[in-house]
Structures are given as structure tokens and as C-alpha cells.
Design a protein around this ligand. Sequence first.
Ligand SMILES: [Zn+2]
Length: 379
Amino acid sequence: MSETFGFRVAATDGKARTGVISTPRGEIRTPAFMPVGTAATVKAMMPESVAATGADILLGNTYHLMLRPTAERIDRLGGLHRFMNWDKPILTDSGGFQVMSLTALRKLNEEGVRFKSHIDGSEHWLTPERSMEIQRLLGSDIVMCFDECPALPATEAEVAKSMRLSMRWAQRSRDAFGDRPGHALFGIMQGGVTQELREESAEALKAIGFDGYAIGGLAVGEGQAAMFGVLDYAPQTLPEDKPRYLMGVGKPDDIVGAVVRGVDMMDCVLPSRSGRTGQAWTRRGQVNIKNARHQDDPRPLDEDCTCPACRNYSRAYLHHVFRAQEIISSMLLTWHNLHYYQELMAGLRGAISEGRLSDFVAAFEAQRSAGDIEPLTLT
Ligand SMILES: [Zn+2]
């Protein structure tokens, strides 16, 4: 295992890249999808099951963990890896995005953000320095800069002002992070959907210097066409020899589109959240297991999928346990969804390394547009 943090691109196909991020806690194969373990758990999954789906890294949320059980308590208990029984790499977000999206009564100034907890109304400060301290206490392998994400809709002037504040906070994050061998600090590009602002942000981040670069402020309701519009140029404004991380994305077709445009890492609550609401993601698109068409169907969700939900259970069973609100429903559908996402990433990595990404994308789109298998007709 590597003593330090590093990144190596092994192959490219068009703008897409495949490679390996090395950390003292193990390697991350890219393009990588990171399941979200919000409150020190990927909901409905044991950590060994998350690893069995093929995940090399997961994401933890600074905002949730600082409020409960607190970063100081996790530190006293040996750090987040030990606390949640996950020994592979962990990336933590900075808390900034969730403070803006989950809390009321925020007060934002140059120093940072004051907010009230959504749990008990207690008051807290988050600043670049405090965010770095929390992520250090958690023992995060990949630390994210503290940034501000403007609430939408916002004018271009508001987006510009917010981006420049985030760039000043990026410098403060870099200073507070210090020198921590084996741990990485990623900068976060902002700038909305305006190319000049995105480019200004990229230049500011590169002047500070980071171990990796995230593209923030997308997947916040602008729509796929606008997001791809930014991704058509944004990854190429960032250093080629560092990982590029698209935050909070997304649906399978968002992921494929981002990888084609040169993104190396992504995270999203979608596969795990969908698993708890009866939505399955398959090669044939989205399947709503609540639908009555499944109630007598002895076939698996996806006959080619090797996950436990598809190997051992019928659509009829998955339908039943969802309707009966049994806990195993969330467990099985989350497992399937995470497994499908990781298979998609493995497929993308293989296609890039063999130079057949466009064929892979064409097959991906053809299968999805064909749709789910025909319902059984009962005789
Ligand atoms: Zn499956």
C-alpha cells in the first residue's frame, strides 16, 4: 500500500480517463462511484456488504457527524473508520453545502456560517478552519475545502460573489489543513453555469494547489443539459494529473455523461435512497417495485445481476416486502442499486482501458431505451 496520496491515469478514451488513486488505506479505481454514508452508515447496509458491491471508498457528511455524535466523540473512539467499521478510504464533505440546504437561521459572513442544528436547534459556527479541524478529527482520507453554494435561483453577480468568497475560503482551508502526508485536500470549483466564472475559479484553485479538484455547484436543479454544458469544458480547465470529482451526481445516465467528459469520481445518495422508496436502477432503466405488475412475478429484478436480491429473490417477493414495509426491502433494494452502480463503473473502466467507450455508451443507452422486461401475462 502507498504511504502517500497519489493518482495515476492508466488509459484514456477521448476525454474519459481510467486510473488509480492510491492512499494508505487502499486504492480507489477510477472512474469511481462513492456511496454516501451520511451518519456513519450507508443506510440499510453492513459495511462489508458495501465493500462487496465493489465500492473502494465512501463519503461521510461533516454536517451530520459534527452535530451527532460530534467529531470530538468520534475522535475519542478512534476515528470514523474504526467507529463505523470501514477500513477503506473515506472522503468527507466540508459541511458547507448541507448547512445551506438543511438549516434555517443562517448567518453568512467573511468569517464563515453560523447556523442552528436541524436536530435540536443548538447554535454552531462553521468556518474553513473549523471544517478542517472536524475532518481531521474524523480521520478523513480525502478532505474537502469549505465552500459556499449559493441558493438557486441566483443572479450571475450573486454567483460570482459567492464563488470569490469560496476561493478565499479555499486558501484558508489550504492553510488550516497544513501538511498531512497520506491525506488529501481537494479544492472545489464554483461559478454556476457561467464559463468565465468557472475558469476564474479553476485558475484560483490551481494557484493555491490541491491534491484533487472537485466541480461543485452542479446537480442542484439546473437540469442535465445545463450540467453537461458545464462539463463540456470544466474538467479540462483542471490539472490533468489530479483526480476530478463531480459532487452529488447522479442518475446512471448523468454518471456516464460525466465520465465521457473526463470526470474521475462521483457520489450520490440516489442508489441508497431509492432503495428505501421501492425504486430499483437496472440496466433496463428504473423499476418501481411497488407496481402491482410484480406481485405474481417469479422472475428476478435483473436475471443477469449477481447481487443477492437478484440471485435469491423474485420480483414478487421484493414487491411483497416493500408493501409490507419489512426492513429487508430496504436492505435488498439498496444492495441491488449499489451493486448496479458499481457494475456500471467497472464497465466504464473496462471500456476506457480497452478503447471502446463509445460502443459501451451506445449499448448502455440502447438497453435503457428498450425498457423493463414485459410484464407476465397470467393465464
Ligand atoms: Zn441485483
